[in-house]
Write a protein that binds this ligand. Sequence first.
Ligand code: URA
Length: 244
Amino acid sequence: MDKKTNIDKVVRQHLEMERFFSGFAVKGKNPPLQPQESERHKEDTMAVAEKASELEKIAEQTRQCRLCDLGSSRTNAVPGDGNPNARIMFIGEAPGADEDAQGKPFVGRAGQLLDKIIAACGLKRSEVYIGNILKCRPPENRDPRAEEIISCLPYLQKQIEIIEPEIIVALGAHAARTLLDTTKSIGQLRGHFEEYYAGIGHPPIKLMATYHPAYLLRNYSQENRKRVWEDMKKVLAELDLPIP
Ligand code: URA
């Protein structure tokens, strides 16, 4: 590759990455979207309404849950939100103050950045499902404790079983480590597909770990934004969705 081609490539990658984070895709300049429903999902034997009703049962269980102390310190449980038939499931760590107040995942500052990422992928928030490892806010947004994760994880595992996403995007180290049952760093886990095992009888689900939007907000470097964009491009390619 000559020097000029090299510079062109770098400039193109930079512009692509900037466009991704400035939410260009929302402004309608991108090619028309392919329908999000794949053949596999159309053929789903479990109707969407049935999935929605199963998810609502779990949501209600989380609202009643007192398995750990977070059940008494929370304002609202945050069971998760989105399309019961989603092809992509985003999974974060735990609700923060805004989520605790509203009972919905990723509605604060990190959520606004996640919305941008979803829109820049040419998707709508209503097409994906967004959940968390913990359904209740840890006080002062401290890290989840082992006993909290152990109590709470079955809710998420059941949600994944019902939704059967084609891809899980694990947001941040806590989500990725918990779902993959590993102690590896986010740097080691992101950038390639790993496999999430939903249990006997369930095919493994491809999992892409990437930086948590809150981490990205604190470390908003070009490098980090590019890494998230590269991760999301792999997700779109894997689903045969156009890269805006
Ligand atoms: N951070 C998370 O991990 N989850 C949320 O729902 C909000 C912020």
